[in-house]
Design a protein around this ligand. Structure first.
Ligand SMILES: [Zn+2]
Length: 229
């Protein structure tokens, strides 16, 4: 488990206390910021982008929980004209609508859902491409979570489908040492299926919302899936 050497595509992890992550993804037209951490993380994100010498041109959100969208309003103020992208499904959560669709498991959506004043400039669905990133369905933690596979180097930015703090775990079955992602998970059987689907992509490295980037994560993903939900 290491985050000490560079990721080939140049993705940079920005982390609050090693626990809450955002990622800067270099593209030809600037940087895509994946997730925003919390309001207090904005300064660190902006400083990391300045160090890379490229502007943040878009903010891409894995899901609508507070620890992923909490910096969005402050960033949108600092970056006029920035593109803001989230799944069509989780855009409803971002806008404060926590209702369920008739064809979804009728379980209350969990986790911090204060939403944001900033509206997405565009909503996306699995299969869409955002620069070098392919959006992959990752429901379960929230109904509309997306993961993003960098097709240049096989890095999977997985939101909270997996966490790696104190070891790799799915959000269907958290670690006793870091139970938060599992506690904030809407529907665990769906989350477990997502964990399997993401494993099937055979990522070269796993870049989670919480914890360090893990290289060659396949065996650890397998063990996490085997723990069930
Ligand atoms: Zn979350």
């Amino acid at each position: 488990m290491s985050n000490s050497h560079p990721i080939p595509a140049g993705i940079v992890r920005v982390s609050l206390l090693g626990a809450v992550n955002a990622y800067l993804v270099p593209e030809d037209d600037g940087l895509t910021l994946v997730d925003t951490t919390m309001k207090g993380g904005v300064k660190k994100i902006v400083a990391a982008a300045e160090k890379l010498g490229k502007p943040i041109v878009r903010v891409l959100l894995t899901h609508a929980h507070d620890d992923h969208v909490g910096g969005l309003d402050a960033l949108a103020e600092r970056l006029p004209g920035v593109e803001v992208l989230i799944s069509t499904r989780d855009a409803r959560l971002l806008a404060g609508d926590t209702t369920l669709d008739a064809d979804e498991p009728q379980t209350k959506i969990r986790g911090g859902l204060k939403g944001a004043r900033t509206a997405p400039t565009r909503t996306i669905v699995a299969g869409d491409r955002v620069g070098s990133l392919l959006a992959v369905a990752a429901p379960g933690h929230t109904p509309g979570q997306l993961a993003f596979l960098d097709e240049r180097d096989g890095t999977l930015i997985c939101g909270d489908a997996y966490a790696t703090l104190f070891g790799v775990a799915t959000c269907a079955k958290g670690k006793a040492t870091f139970p938060l992602p599992a506690l904030a998970t809407w529907h665990k059987p769906t989350a477990l299926q997502t964990a399997r689907d993401l494993r099937a992509l055979d990522p070269q490295r796993l870049a989670p919302g919480h914890g360090p980037v893990v290289d060659a994560p396949g065996p650890e993903m397998d063990r996490a899936i085997a723990r069930g939900c």
